[in-house]
Design a protein around this ligand. Structure first.
Ligand code: ADP
Ligand code: MG
Length: 328
């Protein structure tokens, strides 16, 4: 019975949309895709101890599980519509589920996302969400498409979330502004929509700017140069760390959920206007060049070799350190 009372608590807060013909409660949902649009689908999972520390508040997990998925739709310039939620819970803890739904529904309401189904099982704490949205054919932004002469843009200020995580891992106090960026990332849905027809390629930054820009470069078959002097820095991060330690957090830290995109240099004013309409800050951090890979320049012009590029599951070093950690 407990499973069904948990599902009822969740279903009560699913949110409504006219295009949901049949939502939670049957064997599957029935959904209406607008005529002439493509269905855009993405899925991301958060595992306890891997994607969030064990003591993360339930509401922060609820917010973030949806945010990381909406970030993938944002990177494709899609308009979010529906999601499915698969919850694996160690116990039937109604208080935890209510807290989780507080965070989840706060973000779902902002983007008019309806929860239309899912699955609830017992097991180690894990949250997997599948999101669906729409985009007109030809409007989707992809990882491929960057051209020599394009500028490379980033929204927001990368590095904040990674700084928060790093400081709490070594037991240092974390500024609330940085903690907020780790727990409640704002998916850049409006910016992605406004960049339709402007950006030549786009990706969302989840594993670190260098790692994710690397995917965009590979898909586009092209290279890049980044200028550290042009990296936007939040005041909270600037107060916390400087120099190469900051560069590493900003370029290889991960958990940013910003958009990294390319656009022709001649369209700079149009990109600025688009970002302004989306109320989203953005900055040019480099350029696309012939070749492959990404060169990084220090403020004095010398090349900088980052000690790492970003986060990767099954990285042998990470797997070894997990083994030494009894709680992992
Ligand atoms: P089935 O056995 O047919 O898979 P379930 O008992 O798992 O059905 O689920 C019953 C209904 O509740 C389904 O409509 C399912 O989509 C929905 N549901 C179950 N878990 C969740 C959840 N965590 N979030 C949203 N909907 C859920
Ligand atoms: Mg089921």
């Amino acid at each position: 019975m407990a499973e069904f009372s948990l599902i009822a608590r969740i279903a009560a807060r699913a949110g409504r949309r006219d295009d949901v013909v049949l939502g939670i409660g049957d064997d599957a949902a029935l959904l209406r895709v607008p005529a002439g649009r493509l269905l855009v689908a993405a899925q991301d999972t958060l595992n306890s101890g891997v994607h969030f520390p064990l003591d993360t508040p339930a509401a922060a997990i609820g917010w973030k599980a949806l945010a990381v998925n909406l970030s993938d739709l944002a990177a494709m310039a899609a308009e979010p519509a529906w999601c499915l939620l698969s919850l694996s819970l160690p116990a039937d803890d109604a208080g935890w589920v209510d807290g989780f739904m507080d965070g989840f529904t706060a973000l779902a309401a902002q983007h008019r996302v309806a929860l239309v189904g899912g699955d609830t099982t017992r097991g180690p704490l894990s949250v997997s969400i599948a999101v669906h949205g729409f985009v007109a054919p030809g409007d989707a932004l992809c990882r491929r498409g960057a051209q020599v002469g394009d500028e490379i843009w980033i929204t927001g200020t990368p590095g904040d979330a990674a700084a928060a995580l790093q400081r709490r891992q070594v037991g240092q106090p974390v500024e609330p502004a940085l903690q907020q960026r780790l727990d409640r990332p704002q998916p850049r849905v409006a910016a992605g929509r406004e960049l339709r027809g402007l950006a030549s390629a786009c990706i969302d930054v989840s594993d670190g700017v260098l790692a994710d820009l690397g995917h965009l470069l590979e898909a586009s078959g092209i290279g890049a140069e980044l200028d550290l002097a042009r990296l936007p820095v939040s005041t909270a991060l600037a107060r916390t760390v400087d120099g190469p330690a900051r560069w590493e957090l900003q370029l290889a830290g991960g958990d940013d959920y910003e958009l990294c995109f390319t656009a022709p240099a001649a369209r700079k004013a149009d990109v600025q206007a688009a970002l302004q309409r989306a109320d989203t800050p953005g900055a040019v951090i480099g350029r696309i060049v012939a070749g492959s890979g990404c060169a990084v320049r220090q403020p004095d012009g010398r090349p900088w070799q980052p000690p790492r590029r970003g986060y990767q599951h099954f990285d042998p070093a990470l797997v070894a350190s997990d083994r030494d950690r009894p709680s992992a």
